[in-house]
Write a protein that binds this ligand. Structure first.
Ligand code: ZN
Length: 450
């Protein structure tokens, strides 16, 4: 017979049933499940034992925060908390002001354990709930938590945890933004040497999210979330396919002006000032290119998404050669080829010739002029041959999919509609997760679990 099972039931006869369940388990799955039950029961017992010991230590009563007199003990009072291992019960001394100041019951042991007065769930369980909530709806989190821990937690509780942790993340970001505005640069994230020598790739995109109307009733209001991605651009060792490292996302429910300082803050944290090369890759969005012009153009390479440029070529060709679709297709194919292979000047010349020749309808003229201006403004951002030759991507697909994933995966489920606060809290929690800053919201630096 096993010494361990014997000694457990000798020390704690109430575990006898759990041990018998292990012994009579026929399949491996049942064996593991029943051992898991015992492990959890043991863990709860261990924690309760330590808490009971600590509650016996004489209490150092603090002074009443109102009148300054030493608090008096009112004896032991029950406390319970939901935790990762189950529900934990213990008793600890509580004190009151001897002169009746309305300060409630004070429990010094709770303070020492890092518990707040009304806290009903331990931090590690809240963390797990928030982690699940980043990926699945609150109702599902409640079900999963029950499966994983057997603790019953309502989806409203999960929602509250997310609001608290998300608010913490937002407060931290706002502090960092105001530090930056007052001239204090953020601490750059540490990078492995092999990563730090890679180019820093940046790009941005907008994603629409469904919101409840402010009145609460009526049809869905779609609002744009601006998302930006920053990553080091490397290559997979086997296939040599492009690969993003140290991917960081920035997002805001708001316009480009709200995105700008957030994006610059993150760029500084990703060592934009010392990166060997900085590449901005974006579609034609005017606001995004405004950011490039103001912050990056003096040192970074700007690349206009090739497919966006091609789309505009096709639009121009159609408007110009409307009714002669074969000719439109021919011109488009040639222009696309030229653009891709470093002959964008010939494309521009072509368009300017067509404009000079005249005989165009007003719509066609307008479309062609727009196309010319678009390509002309981006003259330096459409040198696709040069970009390709230096190993840079010319399509913003990687940028767009990172941006879309952040929003699409969690915020656009069937029937989902968000309130502004609810959305913002969860968005910042999700950002903290993808940016590897999630645990800072739950644990102080020194007590983060290994
Ligand atoms: Zn008092």
């Amino acid at each position: 017979m096993s010494c361990l099972r014997d000694s457990i039931s000798q020390i704690e006869p109430s575990f006898q049933d759990l041990i018998e369940a292990i012994e009579t388990s026929s399949t491996l799955m049942l064996l593991i499940m029943s051992a898991w039950h015992l492990a959890r029961a043991l863990a709860v017992r261990l924690v309760e034992e330590v808490l009971t010991e600590r509650s016996q230590i004489p209490t150092q009563w603090p002074d009443c925060p109102k009148c300054g007199r030493r608090l008096h003990s009112k004896g032991f009072v029950r406390r319970q908390i939901n935790s990762l291992i189950g529900i934990i019960h213990w008793k600890r001394r509580v004190g009151r002001c001897p002169y009746g100041c309305e300060i409630g019951q004070i429990a010094p042991l709770d303070n020492a354990l890092g518990l707040l007065a009304h806290q009903r769930t331990s931090i590690e369980l809240q963390r797990l709930g928030c982690l699940l909530a980043i990926f699945v709806p609150f109702e599902t989190v409640s079900i999963l938590l029950n499966c994983l821990t057997t603790v019953q937690v309502s989806c409203v509780s999960v929602w509250h945890w997310v609001q608290d942790a998300g608010q913490k993340a937002m407060d931290r970001l706002n502090r960092e933004l105001s530090d930056l505005a007052s001239g204090q640069l953020p601490q750059p994230e540490s990078l492995e040497e092999a990563i730090s020598i890679l180019p820093l790739l940046m790009g941005s995109d907008g994603v629409m999210v469904p919101f409840r109307p402010e009145s609460g009733k009526g049809s869905t209001v779609w609002r744009e979330v601006k998302v930006a991605v920053l990553a080091r651009l490397g290559r997979r060792s086997k296939s040599n396919a492009p690969q993003l490292y140290q991917r960081r996302l920035v997002a805001v429910l708001g316009d480009i002006d709200a995105l700008r300082p957030r994006l610059w803050l993150e760029a500084l944290r990703q060592s934009i000032l010392t990166a060997p090369q900085v590449v901005w890759l974006s579609d034609g969005g005017v606001g995004f290119w405004g950011f490039y012009t103001d912050y990056l153009s003096s040192f970074a390479i700007g690349i206009l998404d090739f497919y966006h440029a091609v789309q505009n070529l096709w639009k121009g060709a159609q408007a110009w050669l409307d009714g002669r679709s074969k000719k439109a297709r021919q011109w488009f194919a040639l222009a696309r080829h030229r653009l891709r292979h470093g002959e964008s000047k010939m494309v521009l010349d072509d368009i300017s010739c067509a404009l000079k020749l005249g005989g165009l309808s007003e719509t066609a003229q307008k479309a062609l002029r727009n196309l010319y201006e678009y390509l002309d403004i981006h003259r330096y951002h459409i040198q696709y041959k040069k970009f390709k030759d230096s190993g840079l991507p010319i399509g913003s697909g990687m940028v767009e999919s990172a941006c879309k994933w952040l929003i699409q995966q969690r915020f656009k489920g069937v029937g989902m509609r968000w309130s502004e606060d609810g959305f913002n809290h969860l968005l910042h929690l999700r950002l903290a997760w993808v940016n590897d800053r999630f645990d800072e919201l739950f644990f102080a630096q020194e007590d983060s679990p290994k």
